[in-house]
Design a protein around this ligand. Structure first.
Ligand SMILES: Nc1ncnc2c1ncn2[C@@H]1O[C@H](COP(=O)(O)OP(=O)(O)O)[C@@H](O)[C@H]1O
Ligand SMILES: O=C(O)C1=C[C@@H](OP(=O)(O)O)[C@@H](O)[C@H](O)C1
Ligand SMILES: [Mg+2]
Length: 169
């Protein structure tokens, strides 16, 4: 048994695809952002960033990662920055199969502008330099993301993804 960790930039589809993948495989689903909100008594991610800062958020993020039962049957939607802080990527690799959902900054921008919900403190839809920001973060973070066991480039659907995974589970 192996947990499956979906990693990648915000809006790459970790939460949406993760939930569908879990249903398809008969796995449990967990979203680390939701675990953080629970751990923080229902405060929003924006509130945590604004009140306590990113470093505090990253501490909680690291802590909740360690609460997920290792070698179990969870599909884990991680937060976009998770693999890039602390020893999180090494921990993910040691505790399951990791999949990088690789979507271009242009495509991420398009999705962010289209979908009004899901506010993200580091990626403001009103910001005229959002594309620049996405490109910069994408470049900085690829070092971590590309350590995943698999990379899926471009849009994918749950049927394709679960077929690709069959041999490894
Ligand atoms: N494969 C996809 N094709 C088109 N839109 C998608 C796809 N996956 C996710 N989206 C849309 O992009 C938005 C962000 O997806 P989400 O799952 O929250 O990403 P993440 O958890 O990686 O930040 C959602 O509104 C979702 O509907
Ligand atoms: O990229 C990031 O640093 C973040 C991504 C968010 O998760 P999603 O990738 O699910 O949007 C959330 O954890 C927080 O806003 C920080
Ligand atoms: Mg998400």
């Amino acid at each position: 048994m192996k947990n499956i960790f979906l990693i990648g930039m915000p809006s790459s589809g970790k939460s949406t695809l993760g939930r569908r993948l879990a249903r398809e495989l008969g796995y449990y689903f967990v979203d680390t952002d939701k675990l953080i909100i629970q751990e923080e008594g229902g405060r929003s991610i924006n509130d945590i960033f604004q009140t306590d800062g990113e470093a505090y958020f990253r501490e909680v993020e690291r802590r909740v990662l360690h609460t997920i039962e290792p070698n179990s049957q969870f599909v884990v939607a991680t937060g976009g920055g998770m693999p890039c802080f602390h020893d999180n990527m090494a921990y993910i690799k040691a505790n399951g199969l990791s999949i990088f959902l690789d979507i271009t900054p242009e495509q991420l921008l398009d999705r962010m502008l289209r979908h009004k919900l899901n506010e993200r403190p580091l990626f403001n839809r009103q910001d005229p330099t959002l594309l620049q920001n996405l490109r910069q973060k994408y470049t900085d973070r690829r070092f971590f993301y590309t350590q995943a066991d698999f990379t899926i480039s471009g849009e994918t659907d749950v049927e394709t993804l679960s077929k690709q995974l069959e041999a490894y589970l």
